[in-house]
Design a protein around this ligand. Structure first.
Ligand code: MN
Length: 229
C-alpha cells in the first residue's frame, strides 16, 4: 500500500486526493536565495488541536513550495537580492503574481510558525492592555477574530495588526498580507491565522470555525507579545 492509498483508507477518497496532490512536490529544495527554515517545534507538538500530519504537509510541502516557487520567480532579477520582508513590503499592483503569491506565502508561513506553540493561555502585559482597551475583553477579541476568520471567503489570512498604539483585526485574500504596499489595510502583524483549507482540512474538513476555536490552544502569547513590542 502506498501513502496515498493509505490516506484514502484513513481519511476517505476526497482527503486522499488532497493528500496525493500535496505529496506531489519535489522533495529537494530548489536553488535560490530563499530558504525553508525548520519548524521551531516538533510537528506533533500542537496535537490534538493541529495534527502532526497537517503540520508536516503544511510546512514540508506547502511552505516549501512557496519558497521553491519564489526562488524560481526572482531568479535573475534584483528581487533575488532583497530580504523577504523588504520584498513583501514592495509588493504593489505591478508586481508579478508569482512574486506576490510566493513571497507572501513564504513570509506568512514563517510568521505563523513563530506565533504557534503548545502553550495556549491568554495575552499578557501591554498586549493584554491594548486588547482590553480596543475590544473590551479577550473573549470579545476572540469573537471578533472568529467573525473575521469565517467571513474571509475562500483562502486567506486573519491578522491582528499594530499601527502606532492602535491595534485592529483585518484579513487578506490568498497570500497577501498587511505589510504589502497594495494592502487595503496596512499595519505590522502581531498575530496571524492561516484559514486556507490546507491548514485544517485533514482534521476539520469543512468545519473552519472549529479550527479557529482550536487555534487559541496553540498561540504562544510570549512570542505574540514580542511582536506587539
Ligand atoms: Mn498555509
Amino acid at each position: 500500500m502506498n501513502r496515498s492509498e493509505f490516506l484514502k483508507l484513513a481519511f476517505g477518497a476526497s482527503a486522499g486526493i488532497v493528500a496525493f496532490r500535496s505529496f506531489g512536490f519535489s522533495p529537494s529544495q530548489a536553488e535560490g536565495p530563499f530558504k525553508l527554515a525548520p519548524l521551531p517545534f516538533d510537528a506533533g507538538a500542537l496535537e490534538p488541536h493541529i495534527d502532526k500530519m497537517t503540520m508536516e504537509i503544511h510546512h514540508g510541502k506547502h511552505h516549501k513550495a512557496y519558497v521553491d516557487n519564489l526562488n524560481k520567480a526572482v531568479a535573475g532579477t534584483d528581487m533575488a537580492k532583497m530580504d523577504i520582508e523588504a520584498l513583501v513590503k514592495s509588493v504593489n499592483a505591478g508586481t508579478p503574481a508569482a512574486v506576490r503569491n510566493n513571497a507572501g506565502g513564504h513570509w506568512n508561513h514563517t510568521f505563523f510558525w513563530n506565533i504557534l506553540g503548545p502553550s495556549g493561555g491568554a495575552p499578557k502585559g501591554a498586549l493584554a492592555d491594548a486588547i482590553n482597551k480596543k475590544f473590551g475583553s479577550f473573549d470579545n477579541f476572540k469573537t471578533e477574530w472568529g467573525k473575521a476568520a469565517t467571513a474571509r471567503f475562500g483562502s486567506g489570512w486573519v491578522w491582528l495588526i499594530k499601527n502606532g498604539n492602535d491595534i485592529e483585526i483585518t484579513s487578506t485574500p490568498n497570500q497577501d498580507n498587511p505589510l504589502m504596499a497594495l494592502a487595503e489595510k496596512k499595519g505590522t502583524p502581531v498575530l496571524g491565522l492561516d484559514v486556507w483549507e490546507h491548514a485544517y482540512y485533514l482534521k476539520y474538513q469543512n468545519r473552519r470555525p472549529e479550527y479557529v476555536t482550536a487555534f487559541w490552544n496553540v498561540v504562544d502569547w510570549n512570542k505574540v507579545g514580542k511582536n506587539f513590542g
